[in-house]
Design a protein around this ligand. Structure first.
Ligand code: GLN
Length: 310
């Protein structure tokens, strides 16, 4: 294929169908959230949607899964709208180089998380949304539904409850930040909102449609709905590029070359600005908590098409 100008997506997806069988699927399903262990680890789904509404799918692309930390991007999008640049007084935009649930930097940096995608940063974003929204859980899911005009997006209470029972590290993170004055609300309320946010479920197709606005300057090209400004779109994509995969963000940039975000449910969303959004789901995670096969498939795609942001 020629670099960049034209991508024959149909041919690409035929190749993916073959390549997927040769890519090994190693790693383990996240076990620290007991309900996630119920998922069949052999699931594999992929959906690509272009800004001119071409759609390509493969495998279990119509099955709902727990998008987990991918929803942190949507939370950031809404908090950014509400707080504008004041947001950056409470959370940074630098890669952390530490695990998604790490506590170590937080004490050195006096309760200001490195970025909005590590758990500490997402908890601060949740605190902001709890302060700003009238009915936080209801208003947030309505915002998510509005982005892709999809009323069928919901939280999964089973997953949220399961994480609540085992979310001791998140409790530690939020307590530490509260001690530094970076959490305004009651800890239980913010944690409940956070666990629900992480429990959102989507199919690969829904996820790709949900994130297409980030490939199109902040506007969903399917509905013409303006979600965020072009400047904020640039910034959200930049944070995904640098922080979307925690201490594996460099590796994802190096191998895939697109802004993206992972979740411990095995999902990944990646954005090719001005071209497409692509969602992959494969529940076995590597040691950094990112989908092993999902990353491999995305690497295959950008290598094969010679098309990335670099
Ligand atoms: N809900 C998960 C947690 O807080 C999200 C982590 C992730 O998807 N990386 O640990």
């Amino acid at each position: 294929m020629k670099p960049d100008e034209f991508i024959d997506y149909q041919a690409l997806f035929s190749e993916i169908a073959i390549a997927v069988q040769t890519i090994d699927d190693i790693g383990a399903v996240a076990s620290y959230i007991p309900e996630l262990l119920e998922v069949d680890p052999n699931k594999f789904g992929i959906h690509l949607t272009t800004i001119d509404n071409q759609n390509y799918s493969f495998g279990d692309s119509n099955e709902k899964f727990s998008i987990q930390s991918i929803s942190k991007v949507l939370a950031l999008t809404l908090a950014f709208e509400l707080e504008d640049e004041n947001l950056w007084n409470r959370v940074g935009v630098e890669p952390s180089g530490t695990a998604f649930n790490s506590l170590v930097q937080l004490e050195y940096e006096k309760g200001i998380p490195r970025n909005p995608f590590i758990n500490a940063g997402a908890l601060v974003i949740c605190d902001i949304l709890v302060s700003r929204l009238k009915n936080p859980k209801h208003d947030f899911v309505e915002f998510v539904r509005m982005i892709s005009a999809n009323p069928n997006i919901n939280y999964c209470s089973r997953i949220a409850e399961s994480e609540k029972l085992t979310g001791f590290k998140n409790a530690a993170l939020i307590n530490l930040m509260k001690s530094y004055g970076n959490i305004e609300n009651d800890i239980e309320t913010v944690l409940d909102f956070y666990f629900n946010l992480c429990s959102l479920e989507m199919t690969c197709m829904e996820l790709a449609h949900e994130f297409l606005f980030l490939a199109y300057g902040g506007v969903n090209p399917a509905t013409d709905h303006k979600v965020v400004t072009a400047v904020r779109t640039k910034r959200i994509n930049a944070i995904m590029q640098l922080c979307g995969f925690y201490d594996e963000a460099g590796e994802f940039s190096f191998k895939v070359g697109l802004p993206g975000k992972s979740g411990v449910g095995g999902g990944i969303i990646a954005i090719h600005p001005e071209k497409f959004s692509i969602a992959v789901w494969s529940p076995r995670l590597n040691k950094k908590g990112n989908s092993y096969k999902g990353m491999k498939v995305l690497e295959f795609i950008t290598t094969r098409t010679k098309s990335s942001i670099f």
